[in-house]
Structure formats: C-alpha cells, structure tokens
Design a protein around this ligand. Structure first.
Ligand SMILES: O=P(O)(O)O[C@H]1[C@H](O)[C@@H](O)[C@H](O)[C@@H](O)[C@@H]1O
Ligand SMILES: [Mg+2]
Length: 280
C-alpha cells in the first residue's frame, strides 16, 4: 500500500525527461510565437506539441477511462478545469514559455498526480539545466539522485525571496505586485529573485537556495508538482492571507518554515483573481 503510485511516478519521470528533450531540440530551431489571454501571455507550437506527447503517453500507459487530465494548453483551448476525486494528472508542458521564446535558460516540464484531490507526487524537469526534481508523498524530495531539503534560515533578514509578476499588466495589479516587492526588499531581505518559471522557483525553495516563493495569479499546473516537492523537502504551503493553501485558488506562498512564511505574508498586498475551477 505504501508503494502506491510508484509505477505512475516512475513513468512520469521518464515522460518528463523525454518531453524536456523535445523542448531543448525545439529551442534550436526558429520558434513561432502566438499569444493567449493578452500580448505578453505567450504560447508556441512546442507547448501544444509537448502537452499532446505527455497526455498521449500517459493515456496509453494507464488507460483513458480511469485517469483525468488538467493540462495548461487544453484548458486554454476551452477544456474545463475540473478537479475531481478521480486520479488526475496536472500538467504544464512548458513552464517558462517566455523564457523558452527568449532563450532565457530556465524552462521546466511540470507533471503532478493527485487522487481524492490530494497531491501524491510531483516531477519538475528543468530541461535546459538538465535537473530532475521529483517527490512522492512520504518518500522525500530529490534533485536527480540527491535528497534535497529546505533551508533552515528563520531570520527574514538572511533570506532570498522569490516572486514573479505574471502576465496580467493591469495598473492596479502591477502596482500591488511592485508595492509588495518594495516592502519585502525594505525589510530588508538579502535579495529578491525570479527565474520566470513557477515550477523551478518552487524547486529552488525545496533545495534551500531560496527561503520562499509567493505569487498571486499562478495556475494549478504551474505549481502542483512543486507543491509536493516543497512539502517533501520539509517546507510549507500557505495561502497569501495565511490560511490553508488551495491548489485551485491561484494564490500561494511556499516557504522553508512558518516563521519566514508569516513574515512575508504580512507584506503581501492581495488582489482578486479568478479561480482555476471557476465556472465560466
Ligand atoms: O510559462 P507559463 O507556463 O505560462 O507559466 C508562467 C506563468 O504564466 C507566469 O504567470 C508566472 O509568473 C511564471 O512563473 C509561470 O511559471
Ligand atoms: Mg506554467
């Protein structure tokens, strides 16, 4: 029983590695860029192609009927984002599409698996760096074959904090995001960072390179795999108001410990976002 989902986990690692190879290869050719919700929300043929490869191989391996799939590109094409109790794969084929387009070298494949709405495992393949982050509930978190752990820093003044500004550039949101960043810088913290991929940002918290990553506006596919990796590395997840973390809420603080999380939360200026599972 304790080894439940081991086969799915190991297969997800293989699929993520193969998907990463496709992304690397595609990055060597001309990239045709299109936009989704706005002029800075980029998508490429590679995003679509890689999502089809991942979902296709998972369906072939585990059968179509019993497993459900939430994939960034399928949802952006109108597939409802419904999170049920059924075994569900949550996939971001190319996390860091803007980085991919620009040759900025942080791009990740993110694959998570949940049952009864509880995340069982997560795989984040940072494919340009060639680093495979993975974690299964109760089995620890790893980068390649090395076990990873969050940092033990409790003093916010000795921390590096990660955040991102996302693709919504409405003046009210941009000003809240930057006001929060200013307040955090002035605590002061050692530094503020952002890799351009939420999945990778979470792995940076999990391996102790950063004490916390927070963002409002991310989607479940950006962070689902990272959630398991952070938890299994000893870290915590909270909502941006300090309440319980909710995968569909598009709000998240991941941190090495509660002291750091609470201190960051004090500074976050919250703005409204539409939930991933909202009925539209
Ligand atoms: O590259 P994506 O899969 O679209 O994910 C991005 C997201 O769109 C952006 O809002 C976040 O700030 C980035 O950290 C994501 O990973
Ligand atoms: Mg993403």
């Amino acid at each position: 029983m304790c080894d439940q989902w081991k086969e799915e986990f190991e297969y997800a690692v293989q699929v993520a590695r193969a998907a990463g190879a496709v992304i690397r290869k595609a990055g060597e050719c001309e990239i045709k860029v299109q936009t989704k919700s706005c002029a800075v929300d980029l998508v490429t043929q590679t995003d679509d192609r890689v999502e089809k490869i991942i979902i296709g191989s998972l369906k072939e391996q585990f059968g179509e009927g019993t497993h459900c799939f939430i994939g960034e590109e399928s949802v952006s094409k109108g597939k409802p984002c419904v999170f049920t109790d059924k075994p569900t794969w949550i996939i971001d084929p190319v996390d860091g599409t803007t980085n991919f387009v620009h040759g900025f070298p942080f791009v990740a494949v993110s694959i998570a698996f949940a049952v009864n709405k509880k995340l069982e495992f997560g795989v984040v393949y940072s494919c340009i760096e060639d680093k495979m982050y993975k974690a299964r509930k109760g089995h620890g978190a790893f980068c390649d074959d090395e076990q990873i752990q969050v940092s033990d820093v409790k003093d916010i003044n000795k921390s590096i904090i990660i955040s991102e500004h996302g693709t919504d550039r409405s003046p009210e949101k941009v000003s809240k995001i930057f006001s929060t960043m200013q307040k955090i810088l002035r605590i002061p913290v050692h530094g503020l960072r952002g890799s351009g991929t939420a999945a990778t940002n979470m792995c940076l918290v999990a391996c102790g390179a950063s004490e916390a990553f927070f963002e409002i506006g991310i989607h479940c596919w950006d962070i689902a795999a990272g959630v398991v990796i952070v938890r299994e590395a000893g870290g915590i997840l909270l909502d941006v108001d300090g309440g319980e973390f909710d995968l569909m809420s598009r709000r998240m603080v991941s941190a090495n410990n509660k002291t750091i999380a609470d201190r960051i939360i004090k500074e976050i200026e919250i703005f409204e976002v539409v939930r991933d599972d909202a009925e539209i």
